[in-house]
Design a protein around this ligand. Structure first.
Ligand SMILES: Nc1ncnc2c1ncn2[C@@H]1O[C@H](COP(=O)(O)OP(=O)(O)OP(=O)(O)O)[C@@H](O)[C@H]1O
Ligand SMILES: O=P(O)(O)OC[C@H]1O[C@H](OP(=O)(O)OP(=O)(O)O)[C@H](O)[C@@H]1O
Ligand SMILES: [Mg+2]
Length: 282
């Protein structure tokens, strides 16, 4: 039985379960359930605190798990990133009261508050910067400067609105860009179940980021049209029965859909139809 750890709370929890559901796995109905068997897929899901996922995966008591890249790096666990999952995207940054700090060197001799103290201490050590102290807080880190326990913070930034409300601004280069990731134990060969899980999640990522495009184009314009829609390897081209034209079917990045339709129409393609992909195995 494959054991998979899934965040039970916070920003990662809902989208992680949604992605697993899309990949064909059973997911819990109530947030009170902490373990869920999915015998049809030979899996068991453990709903754990997002911060603890890497600890279990690193110890080898579960085979894989979903967590944030930032949480994985902060954990120091014997686990590695296996597949980036494209949700809960954020940056991890230093921030200080507006107009007070410009670069990472300004942190020397200052107190930095964070929920990710290992990540911050490692980063500063690599930069050769010695803070006075790295203060560990559980959350609401933006309030720590106003309340006088730190001079600056290092925290997750998405829109930046929490920072602004606290009178803080980011400075220096981003420490990290993070997103949800599938992780597995370091230096262990992934069991077959993890390979299936990975393929299924990759299938969801493809279905989310590509559409299927069909169009009809006169044969003398086919090469021009195919240059606009090269697909993954090569588009599928079928002859039209009554005309000197071809029907083309090809995958197109979802974000390019309208630009590509306009370009095809300008070339002379017609009957351009876009379909969402429900599931895929590439
Ligand atoms: N506003 C946000 N936008 C995107 N990702 C976020 C945001 N806040 C936290 N994350 C990501 O979620 C993960 C943090 O998990 P955590 O359990 O702290 O979630 P949370 O949303 O902060 O919940 P809580 O603070 O209630 O425990 C990290 O990978 C972090 O990068
Ligand atoms: O840039 P923004 O869009 O404002 O988002 C970033 C904020 O979201 C998270 O906080 P969360 O709500 O998880 O509270 P926490 O600090 O208690 O974890 C994170 O810790 C930041 O505070
Ligand atoms: Mg949080």
């Amino acid at each position: 039985m494959l054991r998979i750890a899934v965040p039970n709370k916070g920003s990662l929890s809902e989208p992680a379960s949604e992605m697993l559901r899309e990949a064909g796995y059973r997911q819990r109905r109530s947030t009170r359930e902490l373990v869920l068997a999915d015998p049809g897929n030979g899996c068991e899901f453990f709903f754990l605190r997002p911060r603890d996922v890497a600890v279990y995966v690193g110890a080898g008591t579960v085979h894989a798990g979903i967590t944030g890249r930032d949480l994985l790096l902060d954990s120091g666990a014997n686990a590695v990133e296996h597949l980036a999952l494209g949700f809960a995207r954020s940056t991890f940054r230093f921030a200080a009261p507006v107009g007070t700090m410009r670069e990472v060197g300004d942190i020397s001799g200052r107190r930095v508050a964070s929920s990710y103290t290992t990540l911050v201490a490692d980063h500063l050590a690599k930069q050769g910067v010695e803070p006075a102290e790295v203060v560990h807080l559980d959350g609401a880190v933006e309030s720590s400067v106003g309340l006088g326990v730190a001079d600056l913070i290092a925290d997750v930034v998405e829109t930046g609105s929490t920072l602004r409300a606290a009178g803080l601004e980011v400075f220096g280069e981003p420490i990290l860009t993070s997103e949800a990731v599938l992780i597995r134990q370091a230096d262990a060969v992934a069991p077959p179940g993890v390979r299936t899980l990975t393929r299924r999640l990759e299938g969801v990522l493809t279905a989310r980021s590509y559409v299927l495009m069909d169009y009809v184009v006169p044969n003398e314009l086919l090469e021009q049209a195919v240059q606009v829609t090269p697909g993954f390897e090569s588009p599928t081209v079928s002859p039209q029965h009554h005309r000197d034209a071809s029907a083309v079917r090809v995958m197109v990045p979802r974000e390019d859909t309208n630009r590509v339709m306009d370009a095809l129409h300008d070339i002379g393609a017609r009957a351009i139809i876009v379909t969402s992909i429900h599931a895929s195995r590439m």
